[in-house]
Design a protein around this ligand. Structure first.
Ligand SMILES: [Zn+2]
Length: 99
């Protein structure tokens, strides 16, 4: 888990990235649930939106991924349920980044 960095209190991940890179940050917002790939309707209000940023890319990028109800429930349950969702989310991000 050493590759994860904590965002300081009172700051957003976007602010941290912008300060670090001095470059405009590309923002990706998804309309599917990243862990299970379920399409989400425009009116869906997610209770959890996972954010990811990677530092080792040429351009700083920020990913906003809303979770569907099922994945959000697992996420809230914590423990192994939460890590399954988070790991699937990272796999999704890695694939997106590889394109
Ligand atoms: Zn889902």
């Amino acid at each position: 888990m050493s590759e994860y960095e904590k965002v300081p209190r009172g700051k957003t991940l976007l602010e941290v990235l912008e300060e670090k890179h001095k470059l405009p940050v590309t923002i990706f917002k998804y309309t599917i649930c990243a862990p299970c790939l379920k399409p989400l309707s425009r009116t869906f209000r997610p209770s959890v939106v996972l954010q990811a940023a990677r530092d080792n890319w040429r351009l700083p990028a920020l990913f906003f991924c809303p979770l569907c109800k099922t994945c959000a429930a697992k996420y809230h349950r914590g423990g192994r349920n939460k890590s399954t969702v988070v790991n699937a989310f990272w796999e999704f991000i890695e694939k997106e980044a590889a394109q």
